[in-house]
Write a protein that binds this ligand. Structure first.
Ligand code: CP
Ligand code: NVA
Length: 364
């Protein structure tokens, strides 16, 4: 029997698979939102009577095995599982025997024996690798020390929804809010974008590193100390970048000066300087990241494209981006947050609802 699929990083997916997930996200979003406004909340109707786009999780339970805090990822998972007809079982670190009385291996085997998928948020990346190794059911990474794949799908869906802002002719662009059957229609193509990342080389950014260049976008990065410095890419991440040839063809420029990084940028992205678990390093990090706050001034002096957009995975602190940018018209951060639901729904539909990522089965 083939082993169940796992999605630990977007580096695990081909470009067609990533595009298919994005198209499917748009399809689910555009077919579910009108349904909800017509029918209100779900009733006790049988799943087959429902005209929701997919009920692939009907009768299924998805374990949310979370050892770290979460707002967006948890709510996206719970609210999309219910729309797919299933039930999410939240297992926080205070709730279960894991880590006190029971090993990760044994917990995984037991949870996977009763549930139909595991969505896990862990500390070290090796923990999710261990879960994937021993799980009898599919596993999706809900954030680890190295990667955050479901976040970057939401970044990408949001960029595609704003394709017009990047100079795509509206006649060739799909207006996602109008298309009811978007899954048969390709997403609006994005032109090749220059995307600046200013901040810490952390999990969310790592999935951008292995994805954006493959989709034809250029990354311009600034971290204190540069790529090989303390805040640069871990070897395990850079190995995947090289394996996927994302560092070829000027795909990635990486320096130490945020102003240089935003030169010509269509999009400027950052993340917290203090990821979960790094709280003890806060004082040193605030010192080291001085001058890295994303502001209008930084992007004007650095020569970003005048129409640049801002993105952030959230949660956000003022240190890495000021209020003017974060709450201003350039910011796509809250749309990106909303899109966590639809991209998570697409991943769950594909990976937990249908195990065949290469067939068209899960799109019909
Ligand atoms: N962006 C994100 O993953 O947010 P949460 O930590 O709140 O899930
Ligand atoms: N880099 C952040 C992302 C939060 C979604 C962290 O790991 O805390």
């Amino acid at each position: 029997m083939p082993s169940p699929p796992r999605l630990l990083t977007l580096a695990d997916l081909s470009v067609p698979q990533i595009k298919r997930l994005l198209t499917h996200s748009a399809y689910l979003k555009n077919n579910t939102l009108p349904w909800l406004s017509t029918h209100g909340s779900l009733s006790f109707k049988r799943a087959n009577d429902l005209s929701l786009p997919s009920q692939s999780l009907f009768g299924k339970s998805i374990a949310l095995l979370f050892s770290k805090r979460s707002t967006r990822t948890r709510v996206a998972a719970e609210s999309s599982t219910v729309l797919l007809g299933g039930r999410a079982v939240f297992l926080g670190r205070e709730d279960i025997q894991l880590g006190v009385n029971e090993s990760l291996r044994d917990t995984t085997r037991i949870v996977g024996g009763m549930c139909d998928g595991i969505f896990a948020r862990v500390g070290e990346h090796s923990e999710i690798e261990e879960i994937a190794k021993y799980s009898p059911v599919p596993v999706v990474n809900a954030l680890s020390s190295l990667w955050h794949p479901t976040q970057v799908l939401a970044t990408l869906l949001t960029l595609h929804e704003h394709a017009n802002a990047f100079g795509v002719n509206s006649s060739t662009s799909t207006d996602a809010s109008q298309k009811r059957l978007a899954y048969k229609v390709p997403l609006p193509e994005l032109p090749s974008l220059t995307i600046a990342y200013v901040g810490d080389s952390a999990n969310v950014f790592h999935d951008m590193l292995v994805t954006f260049p493959r989709l034809g976008h250029k990354l311009r990065v600034a971290t204190p100390g540069g790529r090989e410095g303390q805040y640069g890419a871990p070897t395990a991440v850079w190995d995947r970048v090289v394996e996927l040839e994302c560092d070829k063809n000027d795909g990635i420029w990486w320096g130490t000066n945020p102003k240089e990084a935003v030169q010509g940028a269509d999009v400027v992205i950052t993340d917290t300087w203090i990821s979960m678990g790094q709280e003890a390093e806060a004082a040193q990090r605030y010192k080291d990241f001085e001058g890295f706050q994303v502001t209008e001034e930084l992007c004007r002096v650095g020569g970003a494209n005048p129409g640049w957009k801002f993105m952030h995975c959230l949660p956000r602190k003022q240190n890495e981006v000021d209020d003017e940018v974060f709450y201003g018209p350039r910011s796509l951060a809250f749309q990106e947050g909303d899109n966590r639901k639809w991209t998570t729904m697409a991943v769950f539909d594909a990976v937990f609802g249908h195990w065949d990522l290469d067939g068209d089965q899960w799109l019909t």
